[in-house]
Each structure stands twice: as structure tokens, then as C-alpha cells.
Design a binder for this molecule. Structure first.
Ligand code: NAD
Length: 398
């Protein structure tokens, strides 16, 4: 296991979370240099996490001879520039979500890291939560059969910094900020080799006085026939709601990652300011999260990234995934305006081109297919069958 020496670009909300993950437990990987826009915030985070060097010069952090890995935790409009400089410097590069503000930017980033042959990871933490990893393993082992529908929801009262609210810097509103998580969660459950075909999306600005959408719902149609559905909002009250549902031919899963997941506290007086990400109050009924960085997937994510570097393989999430997510988001924005299904335009596609034709028929006997069987309240069993020759649907009670 080789110790990673990291330049952390960005000392804001997520830079702090990432550094907490890396330095909070007994890991050997260290942030050696922190870059932040202001001297004050760079110094503060360096002191908080015992980081030897800080700078307000991005180039200096990337080119520091002591570092081998760059983690980009900057606002979305700076990802491309930071990736370009890191790839040219020959450093391994890990970027937070969303990879780009659109597919064009993501594609450029993917081409840059491939041209310079540097390791690239897409820091999509919500695909690495303990519950998601456990569920993905069960699905891989066939517990749910073929996946038909994934519903993924991320809603909260809105982001914590000015730049998120300006589409010029962020690339959009709740769809780009939260939908990117939901889309990639659904891709993991449906199968990343399955092509996303088209999108139908509703988006609106319901509450906040902004140009971008603060609420959206979308359906993403996949070549296997599966549907990915996402629900995202910056208007939701009561904290951060992160839930997924997966429906397969043979089973169902419900995942609740964050709100009301086991620790429920009532306090009339409070005991500190921070309860959990996006919590709206510090008194009354509270739902703190026991180990927030782990519940949100940051631990397993960095472990996979660094193991992948050591083993010379790709991580579970890389820039190609970030690019596909951006392409789906671009189609969402198109559909929300046209109010029609819009195709997902993929200049780069490395998965399967197979398209599902219809449902798999379940053989009952020589004459019939089985549609369904059910035990009735009177204890008898009812069979619904389809005649193979003429298509007639009949029922039989036994
Ligand atoms: N779950 C997650 O994976 C997750 C959660 C939150 C944010 N993010 C992502 O992390 C990135 C940073 O978000 P954040 O929440 O840390 O933001 P933030 O506003 O809290 O911090 C931004 C950091 O970038 C620095 N910076 C440098 N140039 C800047 C500029 N021109 N404008 C604004 N800041 C500048 C700031 O000094 C600050 O250190 C975004 O891409 C965001 O989508 C990911």
C-alpha cells in the first residue's frame, strides 16, 4: 500500500469533508498542501487538519513536487481548468461531482486525462455509501433479478455558497447539483453497460428568486427497458433526504441513507451548532448521523480510489462515468424546455448497444405462459395464464 500525498484544491464545504475523511482516522494518506481562494480559509483548514502547507495559488499546489495526487473540490466552473493543469503535471486527479457543467466540458476532461495517461477518479460518494455497496453486491448476486425501476431522491433546503445559485458557475440548479448523484446511483443499480437512451424531465423554479430550477423530476429510459427516476429539490424543508428504491423482477429494496436512520434525539436547549449536513435546527427533535463521512460514502470512495491507483486499475467511478452523467443531465435540461422525450447524446459510448425487445416469457407448460400466481384469502391458488397459440388470457383456480 503506497501512501498518497495529496494537494487539496478547495478548502470549502467539501474540501473540509474530504480532508476529514483522509485525516480523521488512522490513514496513512495525507493532504500535504491545501489551496483555497482566500488566505484566511486556506490557513484555517490547514490548522484544523494539520496540513503542512497552504497556498492561494492553484498552480503552486498542483506542481508541488511533494504531491502525487490532486483532489479537486472547487466550484464547478473551475473543474476543467484544474483538471487540465493536473493532467499536464502528470498527477493522478480526483474530481468531485458534477464532473463538468455540461457534457462538452466533461468530454474535454476525459480526453485530457486519457491523452496524458493519468489516473482519473470521479468522486461520486453516494455510490459508495455502505448501504449502496451492500445493495449492489446483492443485486450482482441476482437477489432482485433484472432491474426494472430505480427511484433516487435527494432533496434539501438549498446549497450553502453563492456560486451554486448562479448557473454560469454551477451549470444549472438542483438537477446539476443533486440529479448528478441520483443519475449515477440509478446507473449503478441498472448496470453501467446499459445505454441510457432518452429523458423526460419536469423542472421549475418554485420558491427561490433564482434563474435556475429549484425542483425537478425526471425519467431516464435505458436500453434494457429499465427506468431511472429522480426527484431533486432545493425547496425541501427538514434537513437532507437521501433515499433510493430499487425494483427488480425478483425483488425490491428501499434505502434510506441520512434522515431518521436510527439516532433520534430531543433537546430543548441544544448542545452545539452543527447537527448533520443541511439540518435546519439545533434544538427540538434532531436526527444526527453517527458517522457522517462514512454514511455518505467518503471512506469507501477514497479507499477504492487509492487501491485502484496501487493496483493499476480503474476505480468504480471515473471520468467516463462523470461524462455519461453530464450527457444525461444535458438531455434533462433540453426536455424540461421542450416538454418532450429528448435523446441522450453520447459521442463516447463504451457499453453495450443491445436494446431489449419485450418481456421475458415464463414457461408454464406446453400450451401456456405463466403471467402470475396468487394465494387467495380462501386459501386457494389462482393462476393467470396466456395461451401461446392465440394469446388468450385465462385464469385457473386450484
Ligand atoms: N457530496 C458531494 O460530493 C459534494 C457535496 C458538496 C459539494 N460538492 C462539490 O464540491 C465542489 C465545491 O463545493 P463546496 O460545497 O465545497 O463549495 P464552497 O463554496 O464551500 O467552497 C469552494 C472552495 O473553492 C474555493 N474557490 C476558489 N476559487 C473560487 C471561486 N472563483 N469561486 C468560489 N470559490 C472558489 C473557495 O475558496 C473554497 O475553498 C463543487 O463542485 C460541488 O458540487 C460535492
Amino acid at each position: 500500500m503506497k501512501t498518497k500525498k495529496i494537494a487539496m484544491l478547495g478548502g470549502g464545504f467539501i474540501g473540509d469533508f474530504y480532508t476529514h475523511t483522509l485525516h480523521g482516522q488512522r490513514r496513512q494518506d495525507r493532504v500535504q498542501v491545501i489551496y483555497s481562494r482566500s488566505e484566511d480559509s486556506a490557513k484555517k483548514i490547514a490548522e484544523r487538519w494539520n496540513i503542512p502547507k497552504w497556498t492561494t495559488n492553484m498552480e503552486e499546489a498542483i506542481n508541488d513536487p511533494d504531491i502525487d495526487t490532486v483532489v479537486i473540490a472547487l466550484p464547478n466552473h473551475l473543474h476543467l481548468e484544474a483538471v487540465k493543469r493536473s493532467a499536464e503535471a502528470g498527477k493522478a486527479v480526483l474530481v468531485t461531482k458534477p464532473l463538468g457543467r455540461n457534457a462538452q466540458e466533461s468530454k474535454e476532461m476525459l480526453e485530457l486525462v486519457e491523452k496524458h495517461n493519468v489516473f482519473h477518479g470521479y468522486l461520486e460518494d453516494l455510490c459508495y455509501t455502505p448501504k449502496t455497496l451492500k445493495s449492489l453486491e446483492s443485486i450482482k448476486n441476482g437477489a432482485l433479478g433484472d432491474i426494472l425501476w430505480v427511484r433516487s431522491r435527494e432533496t434539501h433546503p438549498g446549497p450553502h455558497s453563492d456560486w451554486f445559485w448562479n448557473p454560469e458557475f454551477s451549470g444549472g440548479g438542483a438537477i446539476i447539483d443533486l440529479g448528478c448523484h441520483c443519475i449515477e446511483i440509478a446507473r449503478n443499480f441498472i448496470g453501467k453497460e446499459v445505454k441510457p437512451l432518452e429523458v423526460m424531465c419536469w423542472a421549475d423554479t418554485q420558491v427561490k428568486p433564482i434563474q435556475a430550477e429549484d425542483h425537478a423530476i425526471a425519467l431516464v429510459k435505458y436500453a434494457s427497458g429499465a427506468i431511472g427516476q429522480f426527484e431533486v429539490s432545493w425547496c425541501f424543508r427538514g434537513g437532507m433526504d437521501l433515499r433510493d428504491e430499487v425494483m427488480g423482477v425478483e425483488g425490491t429494496m428501499f434505502l434510506n441513507h441520512f434522515l431518521r436512520t436510527g439516532l433520534e434525539v430531543f433537546t430543548a436547549v441544544g448542545e452545539g451548532d452543527y447537527v448533520a449536513e443541511k439540518a435546519e435546527s439545533a434544538t427540538g427533535w434532531l436526527f444526527p448521523v453517527g458517522d457522517e463521512v462514512n454514511a455518505l460514502g467518503y471512506d469507501f470512495m477514497f479507499t477504492d480510489m487509492f487501491d485502484a491507483i496501487d493496483e493499476g486499475r480503474s476505480p468504480m467511478e471515473d471520468f467516463y462515468d462523470g461524462y455519461i452523467v453530464n450527457a444525461i443531465i444535458d438531455a434533462c435540461y433540453k426536455s424540461s424546455k421542450s416538454k418532450k422525450w429528448e435523446p441522450v447524446e453520447l459521442d463516447i459510448w463504451r457499453g453495450s448497444d443491445e436494446i431489449r425487445k419485450g418481456p421475458k416469457m415464463v414457461e408454464f407448460d406446453e400450451k401456456y405462459y405463466l403471467i402470475k400466481e396468487e394465494i387467495l384469502p380462501n386459501g386457494s391458488k389462482k393462476l393467470i395464464l396466456k395461451d401461446k397459440a392465440n394469446g388468450e388470457i385465462i385464469q385457473r383456480e386450484i
